[in-house]
Design a protein around this ligand. Structure first.
Ligand code: IMP
Ligand code: MG
Length: 181
């Protein structure tokens, strides 16, 4: 194995584990939406772009892809604040079967904001999918399709970043605490 970048403590989820889980999630989605004409995947930029690319290509049902982006007020690296929409979908969501595709759910603020924003636009149905969830007891909005639960540490790779770095690693790794604290 090649050596890890010095900012990284350890690999939490390997490339193989991610690829296997993405195929399982796609299979589950195919089954759940077998009777539907098409679904609309809404990826949340930037973090979800790699997960969305793999998930969408693993899906053997009709689907469209669109994007939203949010930013958090008072977000200095690792602290989550109030959410603001900075990019909206290009296509209307009325009567569409939507799945929100997120990289990671921490406090749940981002997912909750997106869920309620889209819910108010009369989609045919609305579900959520996230690659990662940090261990929590209570989330206001549930995750219908979850890749992995991880410990409460800062992770990077497979789309996730720290200050826009380490995003394109093929695995998910824990950032050394001294890098972000
Ligand atoms: P929440 O609103 O607290 O659930 O935070 C979710 C958002 O924070 C995600 O969409 C990520 O952009 C970011 N985030 C939370 N934890 C991490 C992490 O460990 N690594 C990278 N981004 C994270
Ligand atoms: Mg993000």
């Amino acid at each position: 194995m090649s050596t890890l970048h010095p900012d990284l403590a350890r690999v939490i989820i390997s490339e193989e584990e991610i690829q296997e889980r993405v195929k399982e999630l796609a299979a589950q989605i195919e089954e759940d939406y077998a009777d539907v004409e098409r679904i609309m995947l809404i990826g949340i930029l930037k973090g979800a772009f790699i997960f969305l690319a793999d998930l969408a290509r693993a899906l053997n049902i009709n689907h469209t892809v669109d994007f939203m982006a949010v930013s958090s007020y008072g977000k200095s690296g690792a602290v989550s604040g109030a959410v603001r929409l900075v990019l909206d979908v290009r296509e209307p969501v009325v009567n569409e079967h939507i799945i929100i595709v997120e990289d990671i759910v921490d406090s749940g603020n981002t997912l909750s904001y997106l869920y309620h924003t889209l819910k108010g636009r009369q989609p045919a149905s609305l579900k959520t999918c996230a690659l990662l969830e940090k261990t929590r007891d209570s989330l206001e909005v549930s995750i219908d399709y979850l890749g992995f639960n991880i410990p409460d540490v800062w992770v990077v790779g497979y789309g996730l970043d720290y200050a826009d770095t380490h995003r394109t690693l093929p695995f998910v790794a824990e950032l050394k605490p001294e890098v972000y604290q």
